[in-house]
Design a protein around this ligand. Structure first.
Ligand SMILES: C[S@@+](CC[C@H](N)C(=O)[O-])C[C@H]1O[C@@H](n2cnc3c(N)ncnc32)[C@H](O)[C@@H]1O
Length: 429
């Protein structure tokens, strides 16, 4: 039985007829509502290898990088106005290409790239459904884009083709269980605004009014509360976006397989951190069921977590790799073991910031203040581990000295709290 990724009734896919039509709709939306709204700060790490090291370790390449620390080629597929610029600043030794169908967003991205002096960046007005990249990139980032395409499996095939054999794809698509209300609302809006389908501000007005009338204690009321106070583009993304597919771990994994890819490891991300729903490992108190759950392969375990946590499961944000790679990212159990066998040192860099001068000129300028990064302390649950890191003892010795459990879930929880892109506290000596 195949998990159908396309559910006409549950998702907002009526307008997903063909690439040309969706390109027209998305371009019109982003001309009026460029994504994202103002990012107040762009970071610029002084250590050019800080993020490349963090990426490799977070993606499970603990021993030897798969994405080269210098001269990597990175593609940001569907880059909004700041994502490609931020990537160029994070990976100053890499060459970054950003693709975007929206001319307005490309112009805004060029402008910001000039303001921060990002020389290693080429932002192109280019449809990711019409590219011809073959084995070109070490690292491809495609977040929040695939689920808005007419035919996501076809888009993913092109994205997969762009990866070098040992490359890493960072992919985020919407989790079906997060999108019941948004997809239903978008479908209702299509009918209610049929006469103003090109007028995004009128659509926003109608959407806000209708959502304001949602019943107390309903899913729609929760959606209303979530977007209260958000800028127009974020409200537009939730309420009036023209096309919205969504997935479960199962349907995403099937789509990946059809492109010769596999879900390798979750990518811990800021949104799940904020919502407090960033854990893929369930805690099951019943010992027999806990063992049964732990014995599942990664994909089935993540799917069970996805099903049981439902709207509290994480975003579907993963690192993927080609099935033909020679640099296989190990499964979570093996990764936990490798983490324990590794000697880490603390990771830090000096961070400069470009701050948005929100005055009339709306420009980014370099702040005089630099800070040590990461600037926050690690999560209290792993602080004692972090404090024992000395560049000589292995994680296994530290776990033993602290009397910590070494089951897969506990170790992986520590691993993601200390060595993910979101929490890049440790690196390898
Ligand atoms: C929701 S935004 C996400 C932006 C960015 N990836 C991020 O995570 O912040 C979607 C972006 O993808 C772009 N986009 C959508 N479909 C595209 C396509 N077929 N080709 C190129 N860019 C596309 C849009 O113009 C917009 O910039």
């Amino acid at each position: 039985v195949s998990a159908s990724a396309v559910d006409q009734d549950g998702q907002n896919v009526d307008l997903a007829t063909d690439d040309k039509e969706v390109e027209r709709l998305l371009t019109a939306f982003h001309e009026v509502l460029p994504w994202p709204w103002k990012t107040m700060r762009l970071r610029s790490p002084l250590d050019a290898e800080f993020y490349p090291r963090a990426l490799n370790i977070a993606a499970g390449h603990l021993k030897e990088p798969a994405v080269p620390l210098t001269e990597a080629r990175i593609w940001v597929a569907g880059c909004g106005i700041v994502q490609a610029v931020q990537t160029a600043l994070d990976y100053p030794n890499a060459q970054v290409v950003g693709s975007n169908i929206s001319q307005r967003e490309v112009e805004l991205a060029h402008d910001i790239a000039n303001q921060v002096g990002a020389q290693n960046l080429d932002v192109r007005q280019e449809n990711i459904n019409a590219v011809d990249y073959a084995a070109e990139f070490d690292y491809v980032i495609c977040t929040g884009v695939l689920h808005h395409q007419a035919n996501p499996p076809a888009t993913l095939r092109l994205v997969a083709r762009s990866l070098k054999p040992n490359g890493i794809l960072e992919l985020m698509v919407y989790n079906r269980f997060h999108r019941f209300a948004t997809s239903a609302f978008q479908k209702a809006m299509r009918i209610m605004t049929i006469e103003s389908e090109d007028d995004h501000f009128e659509q926003l007005r109608v959407a806000r009014t209708l959502l304001g009338e949602a019943d107390e204690n309903s899913s729609m009321r929760r959606l209303h509360d979530q977007i209260a106070g958000m800028p127009d583009v974020a409200v537009g993304d939730a309420l009036i976006y023209p096309v919205e597919h969504s997935y479960t771990v199962r349907s995403l994994a099937e789509m990946a397989t059809a492109s010769g890819l596999r879900l390798a490891t979750p990518r811990v991300n800021p949104f799940d951190e904020v919502s407090g729903a960033d854990e893929w490992e369930l805690r099951i108190a019943d010992p027999e069921l806990a063992r049964r759950y732990e014995r599942l392969d990664d994909q089935n375990r993540w799917y069970v977590t996805n099903l049981l946590r439902l709207e509290r499961s994480p975003l579907l944000w993963f690192f993927l790799q080609s099935n033909d790679t020679k640099r296989n990212i190990p499964d979570q159990a093996t990764l936990a073991g490798e983490f324990l066998d590794t000697v880490f040192r603390r990771n830090s860099t000096t961070l400069r910031s470009y701050l948005l001068d929100s005055g009339e000129r709306n420009r980014y300028r370099l702040s005089r203040r630099s800070v040590e990064f990461p600037s926050r302390k690690p999560d209290p649950g792993v602080l004692d581990i972090y404090e024992m890191i000395d560049g000589t003892r292995s994680m296994r010795e530290i776990f033993r000295d602290l009397g910590l459990p070494v089951d897969m879930a506990s170790v992986n929880r520590a691993r993601t709290r200390l060595t993910s892109m979101q929490f890049p506290y440790l690196t390898i000596t």
